[in-house]
Write a protein that binds this ligand. Structure first.
Ligand code: EPU
Length: 428
């Protein structure tokens, strides 16, 4: 089994460059289904979820050519509607963006129900409601989302009952080539939604209000290919900001948009760290002593749910008792049992963790139970005394580009190694 092995205790010093954002790369890549001609997408993170998205597009008949490690040329003119391969699509969340894009372009779609991290229920009722408002009839059966409309989708008013990144994106994709105007009320405001809208507008779409809770999409007849660069990944950046504070070091995190990091910066500052912002980087210096704080995760611009596990590790290292409330997902605390193996003292009620801080973390054998939980045990391993062995690292590799190399460059004692399993079996 491939594992990440960390000998903890080294403060991190130096610069880490952040990659493109996973959660805008996926809608942009699937958004190319709406575009005629070639798109060149730059600053893509070379991570497993992006490779999987490209492989799905290829299997559907798109021409996909990597121009370099982070740039791809895509032409979806010849794709076959409804041909997203089941096995690949069910392993990632973003594959359901094919539904909105296919409905918009072909007036019908057939997409496997998506996978992604396990946070309890991950309903898609708001996606379905949006598609139906635009005139599609939708069925979820035998593991697929099937939808079709009579003729072109028609613009409509869509009110989201919950703030949903995925549903907002899917309705935008569906509305881009619809006839007339669609408005989305109570839309998600995440930077990846703005990134997708900027990409689509560059291709000729007419989308206004992305980044606010009311988005207006005026349908257009067609989109044409462009060259577009994905924005930096605010969750990867936030993860390394916390790694600096957790290890008692000082890191410059470059290629970021500091505005996207404000909620993380605010909490780190409250805990005693010093965060300096420049145009495209933040510098995080750890304090001698971290203070306990209360945190609640919320949709953007609130503190991101995708920073919940990483922040929890930092709270374990702070003096005093902190409360960490999860405001987005029902079951985001599955990672707590892994931190407990390392000595963390955390009590979880369904959506609130009480973290009693400054228990010394000790290296242990732990697992990455999902993507951000994996990042959290990496940070815990960096801060802990002794050796931490992390299994199921495929979760981490879905979303973090070369995390081992990036951390090693700033002084971490970390490596990826093939380790025989506990039964002594040879594992390649
Ligand atoms: N929800 C509904 N109905 C829906 C859709 C969502 O009730 O139809 C609820 C969910 O159950 C949840 C809340 O709305 O309680 C928010 O879900 P959202 O739709 O915003 O999440 P998502 O689009 O499935 C994306 C990211 C997640 C991130 C969330 C929240 C991608 C591929 N995934 O998921 O990222 O946690 O937004 O910000 O963009 C990650 O990158 O590690 C990750 C899990």
């Amino acid at each position: 089994m491939e594992k990440i092995i960390i000998n903890g205790g080294n403060p991190l010093y130096g610069t880490i460059e952040v990659s493109g954002m996973k959660n805008s790369s996926l809608p942009i890549l699937f958004g190319t289904i709406l575009v005629s001609g070639d798109c060149i997408i730059e600053n893509l993170p070379p991570i497993d979820d992006v490779f999987a998205a490209l492989s799905i597009l290829k299997a559907m008949g798109a021409r996909v050519r990597m121009l370099d490690a982070t740039t791809v040329q895509i032409n979806t003119d010849g794709i076959v509607c409804g041909s997203a391969p089941y096995e690949q699509a069910i392993h990632m969340r973003g594959s359901y963006y094919i539904a909105g894009a296919e409905l918009s372009r072909f007036g019908r779609t057939r997409v496997p129900l998506p996978g992604g991290c396990d946070f309890g229920q991950r309903p898609i009722d708001q996606h379905i409601k949006g598609f139906e408002k635009l005139g599609a009839s939708v069925q979820v059966e035998e593991g697929y989302i099937n939808a079709e409309s009579e003729g072109v989708l028609q613009g409509a008013s869509v009110y989201m009952d919950v703030v949903s990144v995925g549903a907002t994106i899917n309705v935008i994709l569906a509305a881009v080539l619809a006839e007339g105007v669609t408005t989305i009320d109570n839309a998600a405001r995440e930077p990846h939604i703005v990134d997708l809208a900027n990409f689509l507008n560059a291709c000729g779409a007419d989308i206004a209000g992305a980044g606010t809770d009311v988005i207006r999409i005026k349908g257009v007849g067609s989109l044409k290919g462009v060259t577009y660069g994905v924005i930096p990944d605010m969750i990867e950046a936030g993860t390394y900001m916390i790694a600096a504070a957790a290890t008692g070091g000082k890191l410059t995190i470059s290629n970021v948009i500091p505005k996207h990091l404000e909620s993380v910066t605010a909490k780190l500052t409250e805990m005693g760290a010093v965060v300096e912002e420049n145009d495209t980087c933040v510098v995080v210096s750890a304090p001698t002593e971290l203070k306990a704080v209360n945190v609640k995760t919320q949709p953007y611009p609130g503190f991101p749910t995708d920073m919940n596990p990483q922040m929890c590790v930092l709270l374990c290292l702070a003096e005093g008792v902190s409360m960490l409330r999860e405001g987005v997902w029902d079951n985001r605390f599955r990672y707590v049992k892994e931190l407990a193996r390392m000595g963390a003292d955390i009590t979880v009620e369904p959506k609130v963790a009480t973290v009693r801080g400054k228990t010394p973390l000790k290296g242990a054998k732990v697992n990455a139970v999902d993507l951000r939980a994996g990042a959290a045990v990496v940070i815990a391993g960096l801060a802990a005394e002794g050796t931490t062995e992390i299994g199921d690292i495929y979760h981490i590799e879905r979303g973090y580009e070369r995390i081992v190399e990036k951390l090693r460059k700033v002084g971490a004692d970390i490596e990826k190694r093939v380790v025989p399993d506990d039964m002594g079996a040879a594992v390649i």
